[in-house]
Design a binder for this molecule. Structure first.
Ligand code: G
Ligand code: MN
Length: 262
């Protein structure tokens, strides 16, 4: 496996996949989350759960991240040239990236094509209230000055510290799919999701729900005031080559052709 990860990086087998995010009320596509996939020569398309522990052990996750950044930047540059507007892309990054100039370069390329650049950071990075957080806030301030948006991932799952969230002032909070998936069948989870949406919105943050798997989830979340939706109800993550077609089909109002239920 260790050999295979190294060889896979060399061979360019790590690629970005894109999962659309939809405005709950208008049903417009507001952006895409960029998700790393390993096109494994024999095992098919693998997600991070299958390779992240090995790449962390090998200390080479940053090389995978880099491959994802570069390919996404190339894809967006080509799309912009072809007149295809991708409204926003969101990258999942570890805290070590926020002080790296690579991010500013990447943002500048992405923004140059008219796409909003967003970083998804795990909420648990900020729950400590430590001195380190002051440094982190400073880095985030610099990113924000460059027009970069910040979304806090995993909202509601970790030990949420609202003062921590307030100090980051993210653009959006993303409620984890582990809370969204069971919410229809479980009253307590649904109440929790409702409270998280209300709390987040009353503090001035927009809310994204991940793991929206059915039209019913989408409708309940909309009625609870959730702003944006992401999940299999709309689309699974797709390769770059499918994005233009997806945007066109969605926008032309022939979504049924996509075979989605929501
Ligand atoms: O834990 P995290 O939210 O980072 O997981 C992201 C992964 O979840 C992606 O790799 C994607 O394939 C998967 N995913 C995306 N949408 C859905 C969904 O609606 N349901 C489930 N079960 N998984 C999803
Ligand atoms: Mn994410």
């Amino acid at each position: 496996m260790i050999e295979a990860v190294n060889a896979g990086i060399e061979a360019g087998e790590f690629v970005p996949y894109f999962q659309p995010q939809i405005a709950a009320a208008s049903r417009e596509i507001v952006g895409f989350e960029v998700l790393a996939r390993w096109l494994h020569p024999t095992r098919g398309v693998l997600g991070p759960a299958e390779f992240l522990s090995v790449s962390e052990e090998l200390n080479c996750t940053h090389l995978i991240d880099r491959a994802i950044f570069d390919q996404t930047a190339d894809f967006l540059t080509e799309s912009a040239r072809a007149g295809i507007c991708v409204p926003r892309v969101s990258f999942n990054v570890s805290l070590s990236w926020i002080s790296d100039p690579t991010i500013l370069e990447l943002a500048s390329i992405v923004q140059g094509g008219g796409t909003v650049f967003c970083l998804e950071l795990l909420e648990s990075f900020f729950s400590e209230g430590s001195a380190k957080d002051a440094q982190t806030s400073c880095h985030i301030g610099r990113l924000r000055s460059a027009g970069i948006e910040i979304e806090l991932d995993d909202f509601g799952l970790s030990k949420t510290s609202l003062p921590g969230v307030m100090s980051i002032q993210p653009d959006r909070l993303k409620i984890d799919r582990r809370l969204i998936l069971p919410m229809l069948g479980d009253v307590e989870t649904r109440q929790l999701v409702s409270v998280l949406i209300e709390a987040g919105r009353s503090l001035g943050f927009a809310i994204t729900a991940a793991g929206v798997e059915s039209a019913e989830h989408a409708e309940v979340l909309r009625s609870l005031g959730c702003d944006f939706l992401q999940g299999y109800a709309f689309s699974e993550p797709m390769p770059a080559s499918d994005v233009a077609g997806f945007l066109q089909t969605w926008r032309s109002g022939t979504r049924e052709a996509l075979g989605n239920i929501a």
